[in-house]
Design a protein around this ligand. Structure first.
Ligand SMILES: [Zn+2]
Length: 74
């Protein structure tokens, strides 16, 4: 699912070194070449899995709609 709430990009060694090398939500490792998503609401990087989950919880204004407790399972 694509969304204007996120910037999808490929993880570069620059990002991994300077910003983060784990997903901000599930803390799984991000490796160079992985697809990652920059969350423009929270200024953090998310893995594919978490971005999809978060995206499903958002409305068109990119606000998170809490319909069910967010799951930590990724
Ligand atoms: Zn994640």
């Amino acid at each position: 699912m694509s969304s204007t709430c996120f910037i999808t990009q490929e993880a570069t060694s620059e990002i991994l070194l300077r910003v983060t090398n784990v997903c901000a939500e599930c803390y799984c490792d991000i490796h160079a070449g992985d697809t990652i998503h920059y969350d423009m609401q929270s200024y953090r990087y998310l893995c594919d899995c978490c971005q999809e989950k978060l995206c499903a919880q958002m409305n068109e204004e990119c606000e998170i709609v809490e319909e069910e407790p967010p799951s930590l399972f990724c």
